[in-house]
Design a protein around this ligand. Sequence first.
Ligand SMILES: [Zn+2]
Length: 200
Amino acid sequence: MSRTTVPCANGCGADLRPDPARKTGMCLPCYRKRQHEVTPSRAAKISAAMKAKFQDPVYAELHRRRTGEGIRDAMANDEAFRQHRQQLGRQVGNLKLGFSNEPAGSDARMASGRKQSATKLRHIPERYRSLYRQLVASKEMTAQEAALHCRAKAAADRAKPLSFEEQLRRVQEGAQIVRKFKPRATDHTFTLGGVATGML
Ligand SMILES: [Zn+2]
């Protein structure tokens, strides 16, 4: 009996009808698997391409924002996701890898605390943060009221014309008189609404 089939070149045991159009000698499932296989050289190529992409600050920021939005959305709306993430967070916390392992009052913990509070208080203008803390700690205002109060004070500061002394001080500190920014259509290639694809 003459042999009318050839075995798959990948060695999966499939018998194939000879077909001159079949360049690889593999059956279709094996060929597809091979196509999607991540070999070390392909992995290196993919990794390099990703790293190059993230070198672009616009891309990196966009990615950071998108993933952040996705996570916040899932935390608010997806109970299973929220529980899983909380559990992961507790596991990581229990490893005590970070500054929480350092004694209270240590330099590292103080620095970490300052950084965290700067992040948490980023909606409060810097020069009013101590006032904000005071108002909240004394229970004079709720956190929300204190934030509004501090922002209103900062806005009032900005609206006030500068005294001569203050102008002088700023010039001495390196302030310069610059042309006021007036956007013109010809100045830029992006819209005010977002990021143009040309920048990506
Ligand atoms: Zn095969």
